[in-house]
Design a protein around this ligand. Sequence first.
Ligand code: ADP
Ligand code: ASP
Ligand code: MG
Length: 406
Amino acid sequence: MHKGLIVQKFGGSSVANVERIKNVAKRVVSYRKKGYDLVVVVSALGDTTDELIELANKVNTEACEREMDMLLSTGEQISVALLAMAIHKLGCEAISFTGAQVGIITDTSHTRARIIKINADKIKEELKKGRIVIVAGFQGVTLNQDITTLGRGGSDLTAVALAKELKANECEIYTDVEGIYTTDPRVEQKAKKIREITYDEMLEMASLGAQVMQARSIEVAKKFDVAIHVRSSFSNNPGTKIVKEVKRMEDVVVSGITLNKTEAKITVCDVPDRPGVAAKIFKELSSAGVNVDMIVQNVSHTRQTDISFTVNKPQLRKAIKITRKVAKNIKTGEVLADEDIARVSIIGVGMKTHPGVAAKMFEVLARNQVNIEMISTSDISISCIIKKKFAEKAVRSLHKKFGLAK
Ligand code: ADP
Ligand code: ASP
Ligand code: MG
């Protein structure tokens, strides 16, 4: 009986060793036997991507991004071949492909490429032959035949984009936890599994550092209403459904807490307080492809002010170099960098209508003797930059204070 198509994505930890690859094969085959067509997206084994980045850094700390993509894409190519072999061993037909082979066409922005279109004919042909189609996550190809990658965690995006293109019933994201929790269950054991979460809340959590889903994949899922089920590859328990709307009598004030240690802070001291100065700094950074996140600048009373902003750690070196160059030109004071920071954020749609949430967050941090270095807010979140060593404690205290614990 034909039950429709499911896209299943298995993250790095789900295929970290031979035994786990065999387990994934068993699960895939069991779905096949239930009558589903299957497209399976796989990430690189375990920490392969990190190891490849380290390897590249040993050869050249400023490796060109095209070659980085050439290197990183090999991780996923290993996984798809091994999974196909494991499925064959169980007596099912399966065939593995790279992103390029299944026509995942991207723009040319290496290491963070955007999908332009997917020519899914090949996948459809193979499905028609009754085969399980296995696709390497995280990668695509430009119209010029250069291999690209889709940003860290990009296998989630591959899966969601394929689910949209192939009109799958559902996109299942298999990982090493049982779903989306109120906060990272590795930081707070009392974190609760959330049964249903909206695209908007998930997008905010992912953007603010909940590693479990890549933010861009949620943007695509939201745009095309792709039904996502995040669940564990080690159990059969139901996980978290990511959906358009969750019917709650009233919006929860705070539904999740995130921790992000991937950013570093740059401070430009004694910046002359006149028009155009910020524009100069951030224009140079953006033309070099540096992604700037939180920015804080105060009004000055002394005609000089400090500007602080955060960047992703892998871009820190480049960002400092550029900032120092501009700083010299516009005659500022020192340019300082701090890698020992963490961003702690609280997220919830109910924040829009409930006053006092920020005050409560700051109070919790103050009571724990945690100094707040930067603050930023959105409609449905509040973030604080604090010293990294206080991060876990801050998350646990906030989790408790906002009533999220089990
Ligand atoms: P995969 O290799 O399957 O892609 P990731 O390591 O990218 O897995 O994401 C899963 C991890 O995300 C979990 O092990 C967990 O520590 C972390 N995580 C962070 N925040 C959350 C959250 N709110 N809910 C669930 N997991 C979270
Ligand atoms: N292997 C890639 C990474 O580690 C893609 C992924 O796992 O989703 O970022
Ligand atoms: Mg991931």
